[in-house]
Structure formats: C-alpha cells, structure tokens
Design a protein around this ligand. Structure first.
Ligand code: FAD
Length: 400
C-alpha cells in the first residue's frame, strides 16, 4: 500500500453489502475502513427485513390464536389483544442486540468503523466530518431510502421506516403502492386488526411477478378483508397525522387516520459527491456498474441497493463477498442475477424464482406450465379459505 493511503479499501455504508464486503476484504488481509452515517447493520437489520419479519410473526400469532380454537383449544376467558408498544420494546431490544453483533463482527475482523456521513471529495478521498480519509479503493454501499416526493403532499406521510417504530396501531390505514413493501405491510396490518385500504395504479399488485401469482395474491388480500382500490392513481395527499385525506385521480377523497407511503425507494447518492469522480448517475440516482461491480471511475466500486439492480439482502451480501474476493482474494466470480429467489411476506407468503410465464411467452418457444392449486389440509380442517398454489412455467418436454 502506498504511504499516502489510510486504507486499502474504504467502504461507504455499513449495511448488508458494505459489512459483508469489508469483513471479507479484511479476512484477505486488506486494511479496511467503513463509514456509517446512521446505525450499523443498515436497512435490513434496523428498518427492513428483520423488524418487518418480527411484525409478521406477531401477525401470524393472531392467525394461530384464531385457528387454535378450531383445533380444539379452549381459549374462552382469554381475551387476546395485540399491544404494539410491547412488541416495539422487544423489537428495539432485538435490533440493539443485532447492531451490537454487527459492530463486534467488524471489530473482530479488524475493520475500522468511522461514524459520520461520508462525502467523496476527490479521487481516493472521502470527508467524514472534520476527517479526511484516503483509500486506494472506494466502495459505494450507501443503500436506498424511501421516495418521499412521488405524490404531492405525501412527504408528510409515514413510510416503512416510521411504521416500524410505531408504538400504537392506527384503527385504519391507507397503503399507497403495489410493490412488496406495500403488500407486506397491508397484509400484516390487516392481521393485527387494522382496517386496511390498499390503493394501486395497475389492475393487479406486484408488477413484474408472474400473472398467476399476482392474481392469487390479490385474491388473498381481498380475503384478508383489505379494501383494494385497483387501477387508481393518487393525485395528492392532504392533512396531518391522524387526519389525512387521500385524493384519487378520479376525484374521490378518502379520509384516513394513517397513510403509508410505499411508493418506492431511491438510491442514497444525493450529496455523496460521486460527480467529483466523473460518475454519471442514472435518473433515479443509481450508480451504474459493470459486471465486475466497477463504476466508470477507476478503483471505485458499488454494490447493493445503491446500484438498484436486485434490491435484496442476499444479493447485497453475495456482491460484497464476491467483490472482496476478486479485489483481495483468489477468486473472480460474480453473482448471476438471472436466477435469484424472491419472497414476498404476505400472508400467505409468496416465493418465486426464474422466468415468469410472460417472459417464457416472449421467447416464442413452446413451454408448459405445471401447476397445482389446492386448499391445504391445515385450512381445509376448519373450512378456511386460504389456498396453496405452486407453478413451474418450464421448458416443454415432448411435443405440445
Ligand atoms: P443498506 O442496508 O441500506 O445500507 C446502506 C447504509 O449506508 C445505511 O446504513 C446508511 O445509513 C448508510 N449510508 C447512506 N449514505 C451514507 C453516507 N453518505 N455516509 C455513510 N453512510 C451512509 N430484502 C430481502 O432480501 N428480504 C426482505 O424480506 C426484505 N425486506 C425489506 C423490508 C423493508 C421494509 C425494506 C425497506 C427493505 C427490505 N429488503 C428486504 C431490502 C433490503 O433491506 C436491502 O436490499 C438491503 O438492506 C440492501 O443492503 P445495502 O447494504 O445495499 O444497503
């Protein structure tokens, strides 16, 4: 390492991607620093997958309690009631524990943690508060953040970040969006007793997913008692916490105590200073990278949500480890993003991998869809409506 560098690798952002890359690089003997502006662990651990799954488990207990009586449990006398404040206290303790574990992992790996907001100020050079840090290689892993300007007035509404910090549930909620975050929270809130309305522009939620799945997810949301306003744009949101009015494109005005802005996420590159390196960002702020995760600037790499390719934790981690191996270790293999399994934690949940039927059709080759749709034994037992669906749009075996 040249004398003028503080680090072989300086990672900006200690989320799933940055922590994975930094630990692996340090394990290969590199001198690594990592800068974090907020809490160590990033979106997944602090305000994403982990707290969301913990809230989903809470919702599943509600289902289990309701079903238990059907299975012979005598719950008379018990008056189960979900108390968000109790969940919130436990959740906060668990997130503290996990953040502590992430900090320890970094320390044990010999990675130097620098707390503060990073700004790239020139080649190999990053400013964090009063400190100027120089590194041979820079790794941009600053993740993404909820879009707060998608609709006039929506900036004042909570996003998933704020929802996961609630101490009390609202009596009703209007969820705006049709991606997995919108559906998961709509599904969870409905199970926890909130009256949920879901407003989305397309006919079906989950754009990009297989049509059969989209249809069945929509049915499951309807069965959960969620009022779904499909094919509806939102023109504006007015009001204040507890007293919102959602103005639809067709002119209707809907009152809501709580409005969840689930209209998308945007890469965290505003004010990061990447233009000083000549990097031209995409329109939504994403950092373009090649198949080796290199940006257009030499010795500057980007991984995870900030590249806006497949915004999932396992992808971020796999990219981080692969990049560290390629830069400091013996292997040069990068993750193939064409076959990544995805889950949507609605209730029931969805899991999918590979091509959709639409994509198969566009290939103009014969194909068959193998599918099974049935009511699982667990629900059939008490006449429940929940169904299980499996399908595999696959290559055709034999003649069609
Ligand atoms: P992040 O985890 O966002 O980390 C980036 C870090 O950079 C942050 O800690 C941030 O504070 C820091 N940072 C930003 N700017 C700066 C700066 N200038 N200086 C220093 N630090 C900075 N994925 C799944 O695979 N499964 C799920 O079930 C799932 N559920 C999700 C649920 C929700 C509600 C959300 C919001 C996301 C979910 N995701 C899920 C997506 C997953 O969280 C992300 O794909 C993953 O966290 C991306 O990791 P990352 O390291 O790229 O970014």
């Amino acid at each position: 390492m040249s004398e003028s560098f503080d680090f072989d690798l300086l990672t900006l952002g200690a989320g799933s991607a940055g922590v994975a890359a930094s630990r692996r690089a340090a394990a290969h003997g590199a001198k690594v620093g990592i800068v974090e502006a907020s809490r160590v662990g990033g979106t997944c651990v602090i305000r994403g997958c982990v707290p969301k799954k913990l809230l989903m488990y809470a919702a599943q207990y509600g289902d289990a309690l309701r079903e238990a009586a059907e299975y012979g449990w005598d719950l008379a006398g018990a008056a189960p009631r979900f108390e968000m404040a109790r969940w919130a206290a436990r959740k906060a303790a668990e997130i503290d524990r996990l953040e502590g574990a992430y900090r320890q992992w970094l320390a044990h790996a010999g990675v130097t943690l620098i707390e503060g907001r990073a700004q790239v100020v020139g080649p190999h050079t990053v400013q964090v508060g009063p400190r100027t840090l120089r590194a041979r290689r820079l790794l941009i892993a600053t993740g993404a953040t909820p879009v707060r300007d998608s609709i006039p007035g929506i900036a004042a509404c909570p996003t998933s970040d704020e929802l996961l910090d609630l101490h009390e549930l609202p009596s009703d909620a209007t969820v705006i969006g049709a991606g997995y975050i919108a559906l998961e929270f709509a599904s969870i809130l409905a199970r926890l007793g909130v009256r949920v309305r879901l407003v989305h522009r397309a006919d079906l939620p989950l754009r990009g997913f297989d049509q059969d799945l989209r249809q069945r997810v929509a049915t499951a949301l309807d069965q959960a008692g969620i009022e779904r306003l499909a094919g509806q744009g939102v023109k504006a949101v007015h009001g204040e916490p507890g007293r919102w009015v959602v103005e639809l494109a067709d002119g209707r005005r809907l009152a809501a105590r709580y409005v969840l802005n689930a209209t998308g996420r945007r890469p965290n590159t505003a004010g990061l200073g990447l233009e000083t390196l000549g990097i031209v960002l995409r329109a939504n702020g994403a950092v373009p990278v090649d198949e080796r995760l290199q940006t257009s600037a030499t010795e500057v790499y980007a991984i995870g949500d900030v590249t806006d390719r497949l915004n999932l934790t396992p992808v971020a981690i796999a990219q981080g480890r692969a990049l560290a191996d390629a830069l400091f270790g013996p292997t040069h293999r990068f993750p193939d993003l064409s076959m990544v399994a995805t889950a949507v934690f609605t209730l029931p949940p969805v899991g999918t991998i590979g091509l959709t039927e639409d994509a198969m059709r566009q290939r103009r080759r014969p194909y068959r869809v193998y599918e099974a749709d049935f009511r699982p034994m667990r629900h059939a037992f008490f006449g429940g409506a929940e169904r299980c669906y499996m399908s595999n749009p696959g290559r055709s075996y034999g003649r069609l």
